[in-house]
Design a protein around this ligand. Structure first.
Ligand SMILES: Nc1ncnc2c1ncn2[C@@H]1O[C@H](COP(=O)(O)OP(=O)(O)O)[C@@H](O)[C@H]1O
Ligand SMILES: [Mg+2]
Length: 243
């Protein structure tokens, strides 16, 4: 039996107050087991990014409960949340968010700078390992602008991986990439999933959601559907899913 790594109970998130209040999420119940690859889909404004930010401990719910690895986390302090986030979560965003004047290797080392008791040589070794996992060992001294978009996003994956996170959270990670580079990124995420990582991917593209084992559709801040699609290969699926 797989263990639940994430459990949300009646989760609500609102922004603003009174007449200006926006309900971004409303009564979301969700369990994600360790090792799942989940795609979150839905129209613009349906709450996808808000949900991912709360799951990643970047933001707190207004109401409801969040259990991470069996521990209730929604009421923790900012400091406790950032410690937990640094230990357990790896993030990827649409904009790769790499530091421009900093080599690929140094970008990957960054999340480790906050780890006390980790020496420079050890940090470097872990960063080299993470770059190797995304096939970029040869590029470790390159600056971001010397890399293709796909390679930059692979550096961002390595930066997410370097802390050995329990969960990888990706918000439209291929939104700035062409098809070839998008497939390259999805192949890396698929491999990480096969290696046992838990992955939560926000996307509005069915072709990309097809890589996940489960697709959750949000609408107006609620879970509209939650479907397990098994382990069909995305290339086979693409044919049957074409509109
Ligand atoms: N920081 C914020 N302040 C106010 N409203 C916000 C904020 N972030 C998101 N919203 C609103 O919450 C809703 C959900 O937004 P979001 O989670 O970004 O949706 P999605 O990622 O699906 O496009 C939208 O109505 C959006 O305008
Ligand atoms: Mg969004």
């Amino acid at each position: 039996m797989a263990a639940a790594i994430i459990q949300l109970k009646d989760l609500t998130k609102s922004y603003g107050k009174g007449l200006a209040e926006t309900r971004a999420l409303e009564g979301v119940n969700l369990t994600v087991n360790s090792g799942e690859f989940v795609a979150i889909m839905g129209p613009s404004g349906s709450g996808k990014s808000t949900l991912l930010h709360i799951l990643g401990l970047l933001d707190k719910p207004s109401l409801g409960q969040y259990f991470l690895d069996g521990r209730r986390v929604d009421h923790l302090s900012e400091n406790q949340l950032s410690d937990l986030r640094n230990q357990k979560m790896g993030f990827m965003f649409q904009a790769f968010n790499l530091l421009p004047r900093t080599s690929a290797l140094e970008n990957v080392e960054l999340p480790l700078v906050y780890r006390s008791g980790l020496r420079g040589a050890k940090r470097r070794q872990l960063a080299e390992l993470a770059l190797a996992q995304v096939g970029l060992s040869q590029r470790s001294n390159n600056l971001p602008n010397q890399l293709s978009g796909g390679e930059q996003q692979r550096v961002a994956i390595a930066r997410a991986l370097v802390v050995n996170p329990q969960v990888i959270l990706a918000d439209e990670p291929t939104g700035n990439l062409d098809t070839k580079n998008s497939i390259e990124i999805m192949e890396v995420l698929s491999r990480l999933h096969r290696e046992g990582r838990t992955i939560i991917l926000v996307t509005h593209e069915k072709d990309l959601a097809a890589y996940a084992g489960r697709v959750i559709q949000l609408r107006d801040g609620r879970v509209e559907s939650d479907i397990y699609q098994g382990n069909q290969h995305p290339l086979t699926l693409a044919a049957t899913w074409a509109p």
